[in-house]
Design a protein. Structure first.
Lengths: 591, 337
């Protein structure tokens, strides 16, 4: 299709979806849905679920209907790596620790799940001990023991069988040299990394101090796996549940259902209410149709949690009834641009500062979808919903946020480029928002004589071969690279370690950190990990954020947000700051 | 005739082989020619936290370090003799025809294709019958009532049908008929025929109508044009002069002559759609071959892409064979040699 036809096609699609949404919305849909008799609803309204519970209810029963516009990376808790998958996995598995099912900032709190309490640390923060709750059972009635948790963690380190999941344990635990997981190293003694002195005790040994260990143990890969039921890469289709629900009718790539796990004992689980009887999940559903169905009441949740499609966005924002029934939560994500100090003249800090001042910040926001679908203007690396966030703005962009051109020009003079300079800006070709942002940079920086040439690259190997490959960056003068990071969990380490630690930069490429090479910051990161006091540690994350920003190697664009529409059938609807989307654990159903 | 069919089927096997080589080359060779290393190829199939070692292990597991002819040989061997698959905790045997395992989902491709084929076949059979009957009927009537209000209206609607894309009509149809009036099934609600024929038809009614709206327009216009041409032929005048009833003149003589291009197009359309009615399946969230292929392309899942391409090619080849055979039935002047 040529450009004009493709544009017409997109326009028709948008018109079609808008027409469809208009019809769906006209079918009914006041805010809030039915009230459960005898309960008091929290105040509903736009964004109410970000800070409170909409439609609170303890009513058990009913069916929740979820749909996914794509497919899970995998349902195997040892390998899954999507935020929504971690949110959802708590329905069929119990990790040692978990994020509290509570709205807003309270959702960032870690609470013990399979464990009786938080980990007990040695004084050097290298040994962590957890005691398991007794009486927790798998769906087949066998009791969950510390050996099952150990096995779950060890199998997740086999990156040949499970190449997709997070890789924290391999780097942190003191595993024996050459260990390749339980399938390939079945007789290896792994007590140097994980010990299970008895059925209900598990002890971790890390190579280096790691004060934030409870964050590691909230990962789904600590959900127990019975060794005799493990089927390796096929386990994703035969998961043995330890949570309040178990799998039924699993059709890979199509759908699955969760039904009650009759071996789940609520007495061992203070965190879960397990309200609905059944949860039905459809996979690979048309994203626009998902929006239609939620608005019409045929569906409860778009499980991806990344917001409505562009056609529905305008519809929801313009219809007061729909908008009142929508939420706009912050995700744990920052869309930003790397400014590479390895590319001249950006090896001079003042030239980098010129970019920081000259960029039109509102242009960045507009390119990403505006205030509701794009996000809030970012001035720090850490988003506000990450503990440790400190509000500051080192490079004010003027009262209208369109850039401080005077300050930019002064910086250009200071770096010896009074008339500007030329460089290239990389972005992922498949991402229209990144292209729009690159164009916004091009237009904004041209005002002070900085000439940018756009360089699109395929997203599949954007970091491995192009923007994240140090040699390629220098050779091709990629002074700027569109980037973004969503934390694996909302804490300073989870957010910062992969994007500001210079030691993650590899000569062969592949790292999301393309521009931060500050030895002092590396030391600050190490220091923070030895600080067992949570408040002090959080403060240190904030200081690291500021130190990196002082070097002007990252231009924070927007703190990502999404527009979500609430279900008419669901109860206990609230946003968890831990995942930046609706909490799937606490949700109930009216019918 | 028998020899003709056997010859065509043998050619079909050759074509399938060529198709597999071409498809394999496109997805396995071209990236190498563009400078991609085995590690670069493997980065598509690992998570964002993958280390160099993970990338290397994945490249090894997926056979990217083997020369491309070796990779092709391993794949084609699996088609005829089966293959073994290491899933970490054990090894599984994939019986022939083994089209490999998905790089992403780690599922065997052939069973997934078999599972999804009934959805596409159901969609195409139902829609094709509707568009053929509706399109030809409207075309015949339009030709016989040329210039009338019916003719102009029908061709106007035909123009709309051809112009409006499925992702527009489909979504509007869902919103109105499914979610507003609740008279058709919501998206993604396919029920197998073997499970409940009535629900099967109900679940596909709106996709059938939407897909056939697009195609029946073409068939109406084609039939109308063909009818107008054959109605002016001498043999039609002769048939009338001999006193044949008008209905017989139209249906047995005129329409038969006009159907040859319709049959040709029908065979091609059905064959192509059996390979995957991508837009319709995506719009209505039907888990058929088209959606399977689309998802495979988006994720770069090469075994799935290969599998869908071969199945699609097979359907096109068979459809063309059937069309050629039907020529001899429809038009006695045609003899197959």
């Amino acid at each position: 299709m040529n450009q004009s036809r493709s544009g017409r096609a997109r326009g028709l699609a948008a018109v079609g979806v808008s027409a469809a949404l208009l019809l769906a919305a006209c079918g009914g849909g006041g805010p809030g849905g039915e009230q459960v008799p005898g309960t008091q609803a929290s105040a509903s309204g736009f964004n109410a679920a970000s800070t409170g519970v909409v439609n609170p209810s303890d009513k058990k029963g009913g069916t929740l209907k979820f749909a996914n516009p794509g497919d899970w990376d995998t349902l195997d808790p040892g390998e899954t790596y999507y935020a929504y998958a971690w949110d959802f996995a708590r329905l069929y598995g119990r990790s040692l620790m978990m994020f509290k099912a509570a709205p807003g900032k309270e959702g960032n709190q870690l609470v013990p799940d399979l464990a009786e309490g938080p980990g007990e640390a040695s004084s050097d923060a290298k040994t962590w001990t957890y005691k398991l709750r007794q009486g927790v059972k798998f769906e087949d009635g066998t009791e969950v023991t510390s050996a099952d948790v150990k096995y779950a963690i060890l199998r997740s380190t086999d990156k040949e069988t499970f190449p997709n999941g997070p890789a924290y344990w391999e780097g942190i635990l003191d595993l024996p040299a050459g260990y390749k997981g339980p399938y390939k190293s079945p007789s290896a003694n792994t007590d140097s990394a994980i010990e299970t002195p008895d059925k209900y005790t598990i002890v971790f040994h890390s190579k280096a101090p790691f004060a934030a260990f409870d964050y590691l143990t909230q990962q789904p890969n600590t959900m127990p796996v019975p060794k005799d039921k493990d089927t390796g890469a096929k386990y994703r289709n035969t998961i043995v549940s330890s949570g309040p629900y178990k799998f039924a009718d699993l059709q890979p790539g199509k759908s699955f259902n969760l039904v009650r796990n009759d071996q789940w004992d609520p007495a061992t689980d203070p965190n879960r209410k397990a309200l609905p009887d059944r949860i039905e999940v459809s996979l690979n559903v048309n994203a626009d149709d998902i929006d239609n169905r939620i608005i019409s009441g045929d569906l409860d949740v778009d499980i991806a949690g990344t917001g409505v499609q562009p056609a529905a966005l305008s519809q929801v924002l313009q219809d007061p009834n729909l908008k009142e029934n929508a939420d706009n939560p912050l995700a744990v994500r920052n869309w930003y641009t790397s400014i590479n100090p390895t590319v001249a003249p950006l090896d001079t800090i003042e030239c980098r500062k010129a970019i920081m001042y000259a960029m039109d910040h509102t242009g960045y926001q507009t390119a990403y979808g505006g205030q509701f679908a794009g996000g809030d203007l970012a001035t720090t690396i850490l988003p506000p919903n990450v503990p440790g966030y400190t509000a500051f703005d080192l490079y004010p962009s003027g009262p209208d946020h369109k850039g401080d051109l005077e300050a930019a020009k002064k910086s250009l003079e200071a770096c010896g480029q009074p008339n500007g300079f030329e460089t290239n800006i990389a972005y992922r070709a498949e991402r229209p928002k990144e292209k729009a942002t690159a164009e916004a940079f091009q237009q904004a920086l041209a005002r002070v004589g900085i000439k940018l040439t756009l360089k699109p690259y395929p997203q599949g190997d954007y970091f491995s071969s192009y923007a994240g490959n140090p040699q390629y960056v220098v050779k091709n003068k990629l002074g700027l690279a569109l980037n973004g990071w969503g934390a694996d969990w909302p804490d300073g380490f989870g957010f910062l370690s992969q994007i500001v630690d210079s030691r993650v930069i590899r000569p062969a490429g592949g790292s999301s950190n393309t521009s931060v090479r500050i030895p002092e910051v590396d030391q600050m990161l190490d220091q923070a990990l030895t600080e067992l006091d949570t408040d002090k540690r959080n403060q240190m994350w904030g200081e690291i954020d500021k130190r990196v920003m002082e070097e002007a190697v990252i231009y924070p664009g927007v703190y990502s947000k999404a527009l979500l529409v609430r279900s008419k059938n669901a109860t206990n609807i609230f946003v968890t700051d831990a995942f930046g989307m609706y909490d799937y654990l606490g949700m109930g159903a009216q019918k | 005739m028998f020899a003709y069919i056997v010859r065509r089927l043998l050619w079909a096997v050759v074509l399938m082989f060529v198709l597999s080589v071409v498809t394999f080359s496109i997805f396995y060779v071209v990236p190498r020619l563009a400078g991609a290393s085995p590690e670069t190829l493997a980065t598509r199939y690992v998570g964002r936290a993958a280390t160099e070692e993970t990338v290397h292990l994945t490249a090894e597991r997926l056979g990217f370090y083997d020369p491309v002819p070796v990779q092709y040989w391993n794949w084609i061997k699996g088609v005829f003799t089966g293959a073994e698959y290491d899933y970490g905790a054990g090894v599984e045997t994939c019986p022939a025809p083994c089209l490999g395992y998905s790089f992403i989902t780690r599922q065997a491709v052939w069973p997934e294709l078999l599972d999804r084929a009934p959805v596409t076949i159901s969609l195409v059979i139902g829609a094709s019958l509707i568009w053929l009957i509706a399109g030809v009927s409207v075309g015949v009537i339009s030709a016989l009532r040329r210039g009338t209000v019916f003719d102009r209206g029908a061709m106007g609607v035909a123009l709309a049908g051809v112009s409006l894309p499925i992702f527009f009509t489909g979504l509007v149809g869902l919103a109105f008929f499914s979610y507003r009036l609740n008279i058709t099934a919501p998206g993604g609600q396919f029920v197998p025929f073997s499970e409940n024929p009535a629900m099967w038809a109900y679940s596909l009614l709106l996709p059938w109508i939407t897909l056939s709206f697009l195609f029946s327009a073409q068939y109406a216009r084609l039939t109308r044009a063909g009818m107008l041409e054959t109605m002016s032929e001498d043999y039609i005048r002769t048939a009338r002069a001999k006193g044949l009833p008008e209905q017989k003149v139209i249906l047995k003589h005129a329409l038969r002559g006009a159907l040859t291009p319709v049959v040709t197009i029908f065979g091609l359309d059905v064959g192509l759609l059996l390979g995957g009615a991508v837009l319709t399946e995506k719009t209505f969230s039907l888990n058929g071959l088209g959606k399977y292929g689309y998802d495979a392309i988006v994720t770069g899942d090469l075994p799935k892409i290969l599998g869908v391409t071969l199945v699609a090619g097979f359907f096109v080849i068979i459809a063309n064979l059937i069309v050629d055979l039907l020529y001899g039935v429809i038009d006695p002047r045609v003899r197959l040699e």
